[in-house]
Write a protein that binds this ligand. Structure first.
Ligand code: CA
Length: 223
């Protein structure tokens, strides 16, 4: 899951980013609406977390702008102003959900999952591939009744490949699924994740093989 966090309180943004990355979420962070605008032009997000009071304007003004640009990414508005009137304004302003600060990261995750389950949002509930059942919303993989333990980045790579089973996934798309825009990506990092992932998949008889399409990307096939 890749999220755009638009929040000008640095400490809150850092704490949220840290907590969400532990849950396997890749976060891009913008302090200003102007930066958020630029990021939504360059990237596709599964969801956007939007603060209302931002240095360059009211967060709610960002929603119609995005929708006019054809971006239908679900938006959760968060604010310290958690009065009913503020919530109503937020929802009427086009937000998909509304979260009053302070909130628990678990509640945020639950609301994100709820928003992402609604049609026409794209995050599938579960992907069955080989002997695995992959749950992208809850970030886990089961083989039969056993949980397949995977480090976060390997799991993100696996989800990206499984969503496009039998199709080549470009290196750039895999990198986008795993890293936020601030992270330096070592040229061989992706290959290292794939190589460890392959080993784990084979050791656990997951019933899939990851093929290397040299210089282009990777492709996951059922055995
Ligand atoms: Ca603020």
């Amino acid at each position: 899951m890749r999220l755009l966090l638009i929040e000008d309180e640095k400490e809150l943004a850092e704490a949220l980013s840290a907590a969400l990355s532990k849950q396997g979420v890749v976060i891009d962070h913008a302090m200003l609406l102007a930066d958020a605008c630029e990021l939504t032009r360059q990237n596709t997000y599964d969801a956007i977390l939007l603060d209302r009071r931002l240095p360059d304007g009211e967060g709610l003004t960002f929603i119609p702008k995005l929708r006019r640009a054809g971006v239908d990414t679900p938006i959760i508005v968060m604010t310290a102003r958690n009065e009913p009137k503020e919530r109503i304004e937020g929802l009427n302003g086009g937000a998909d959900d509304y979260l009053g600060k302070p909130f628990l990261v678990d509640e945020l995750m639950a609301r994100l999952r709820a928003v992402l389950r609604r049609p026409p949002n794209v995050v599938e509930e579960k992907i069955a591939v080989g002997k695995m059942i992959i749950d992208p919303l809850n970030m886990n993989v089961m083989i039969g009744s056993a949980l397949l333990e995977l480090p976060r980045r390997e799991l993100l790579v696996l989800i990206a490949l499984a969503k496009r089973k039998d199709k080549t996934v470009l290196r750039s798309a895999l990198e986008t699924a795993v890293y936020n825009y601030e992270e330096e990506i070592q040229s061989n990092a992706l290959d290292a994740h794939i190589s460890r992932l392959r080993k784990r998949l084979s050791e656990s008889s997951a019933g899939v093989t990851v093929h290397n399409i040299r210089g282009v990307g990777y492709l996951l096939k059922e055995e």
